[in-house]
Design a protein. Sequence first.
Length: 152
Amino acid sequence: MSMGKPMANYAAAKRVGDFIFMSGVVAVDPATRRAVMGYDQIPDAARDALGGLGYATGQMSVDVFEAPVVAQSWFVLERIRQIAVEHGGTMGDVVKLVQYFRRLPDYALYNRVRGLFYPGEPPVSTVVEVSRFLPGDDVLVEVEATMYLPLR
């Protein structure tokens, strides 16, 4: 799955010494430039993993409420994982996350998804509620990351 490049004129990540700073990542499909809003917009393996957490139930009356933030959470964290790999690291090297939410209660759903990417100890974390994001009101979560990867 291609998660794309930044949609504006900025770097997705920049190395400064032993640190790699990642720009905020939102769950926008690069082909359509629209926010990911459901489980049908993420890979089957991701849906299966989310099903193991009790998400992606197949019950419309449940999924319609959870799918946007859960699918976006997976998409954003997977993109951060990909950026880490592109720079020679892993999610274990990502030591700090700053997580922004349109609705702070969505953090609880996101936090469970984050556990898929950090099965052991989670990274240092900051959580902030904001009023809106670019590129639109369908974006519910944005995450920026810092990776520690000593120069070799």
